[in-house]
Design a protein around this ligand. Structure first.
Ligand code: SF4
Length: 442
């Protein structure tokens, strides 16, 4: 029987792809998808469980849906994703409003679970094998029509000491190239102009299939398709091969923006966290990338307050950032996650980790201010994403801004600019840390 289903997707872009696949399965089964939860037969909350803060956000969302359920505006609540995988029993015990759960190995069971909750009876609990869960599947895109994600692998084999992802997403599995190219072709013919190639670690792509790094080969094939930009999210530093650097440098469609999470730069901390690089290797790598890829914009993520970090190591990180001038960074206070090795090591409390994060953000703000100032007077190709009536300005992104994480470029235009089109913008100023400019015709 067809039902009205509403989805709430939390967390990262990889989780969003799971949600898009569930939406396609649900629609193919004859159900209707509605944007608002009010009036839905089933609300699916697709959770993130990477950090305690993400779990708290998921619980807040579930409780909001529970409120709607109590007032009769929602009939059933299904919870899927990383938090259910991590805390299955707690979700069932502590949240009686939840009618059923699906783990990260069981997204494919969504239609069965919907039928089961609507039939009543025992709460369904689908917890399939996370190491073998299928990754392919139709999707209903939930991003604006001009960009889409292509998830090329699932899981992670890096086992950083602070991270629970390998236990939530399983071992690293690359998707075969042919299937990826087919999906990419469909995205290109649907009008997608910017393809974001994503995985926990894209640099390892292919090594589990035939022992060889195949990311460069995949990218070369993707560049033959009708995309304007191809953007790469998350490169593990020590897996960046010479061939990959050459491919990125040579292929005009691959944007000169690389997201390389390093987490810290101190050798002792990196080693204790089971990271494979040293500071010297990171410095070499970043210098090599900047030399070989002109115009490169770097993004990273950093953790403050990791076990082993004292004032000296924190200062070392700040000096490293001032020296390497990594343009963009997500800075996170260390969160001792249950079940991880790092949580059992000595570390500062959350408040101190937060204080340190604020210090690093200040360093980073100076770097981005300098970067923005260096661009004034130059022109950038910008993908227009809309018009803001209040600001009376269009907004968009250049290659240096990834969607959702890096902010926008604001620009004045004396004509309508269609969202999803590329224009040239002369950069003239900075507003609240974001670049502003004006449309250049012709
Ligand atoms: S590489 Fe990233 S996802 Fe994998 S274990 Fe390390 S932090 Fe977690």
């Amino acid at each position: 029987m067809p039902y009205n289903i509403s989805f709430i997707s939390l967390g990262c872009a990889k989780n969003q792809v799971n949600c898009e696949q569930m939406m396609a399965s649900v629609q193919a089964a004859g159900h209707t998808i509605q944007a608002q939860p009010e009036g839905a037969d089933v609300v699916v909350v697709n959770t993130c469980g990477f950090l305690q803060s993400a779990c708290e956000e998921a619980i807040d969302n579930i409780l909001e849906m529970a409120e709607l359920k109590r007032s009769g505006q929602v009939k059933k609540i299904l919870v899927t994703g990383c938090m259910t995988q991590r805390y299955k029993q707690d979700v069932l015990n502590e949240l009686p409003e939840v009618d059923g759960i699906l783990g990260t190995g069981s997204y494919g069971d969504i239609c069965d679970a919907i039928d089961e909750v609507m039939a009543g009876g025992l709460r369904p609990c689908h917890l399939g094998n996370i190491h073998t869960a299928p990754q392919d599947g139709e999707r209903i895109l939930s991003t604006p029509p001009w960009y889409a994600y292509l998830r090329i692998a699932e899981g992670c084999d890096n086992h950083c000491a602070y991270c629970v992802i390998p236990s939530l997403r399983g071992k690293y599995r690359s998707r075969p190239m042919e299937g990826l190219l087919e999906e990419a072709r469909e995205l290109a013919s649907a009008g997608v102009k910017e393809l974001l190639v994503i995985a926990q670690d894209i640099t390892r792509y292919g090594t589990d299939l035939n022992g060889e790094h195949q990311l460069s080969a995949l990218l070369r094939e993707l560049c033959r398709l009708d995309f304007h930009w191809i953007r790469l999210h998350y490169l593990y530093p020590d897996e960046i091969t010479e061939d990959l650097i050459d491919t990125i440098a040579r292929e005009p469609k691959i944007v000169k923006y690389l997201d390389i999470p390093i987490q810290h730069c101190n050798d002792g901390i990196l080693k204790a966290m089971n990271r494979r690089d040293t500071k010297a290797e990171l410095l070499d790598l970043l210098a090599k990338l900047r030399a070989r890829i002109p115009g490169l914009v770097l993004r990273t993520s950093l953790i403050t307050g990791l076990p082993g970090e004292g004032e000296a190591e924190l200062e070392e990180l700040c000096v490293f950032l001032r020296e390497t001038k990594i343009e963009r960074a997500g800075v996170f206070p260390f969160s001792p996650e249950e079940g991880t090795r790092a949580a059992r090591m000595d570390h500062v409390d959350m408040e101190e980790a937060r204080r340190r994060a604020e210090l690093v953000v200040d360093v980073q703000s100076d770097i981005i201010d300098g970067y923005n100032a260096s661009l004034l007077g130059t022109e950038r190709e910008v993908l227009c994403e809309g018009f803001d009536g209040q600001a009376q300005m269009c907004f968009g992104r250049s290659y240096a801004e990834s969607p959702d994480i890096d902010g926008r470029i604001w620009f004045e235009a004396d004509r309508d600019v269609e969202p999803g089109t590329f224009v040239t913008v002369r950069l003239t100023g900075v507003m609240d840390g974001e670049l502003t400019g004006e449309l250049v015709e012709g």
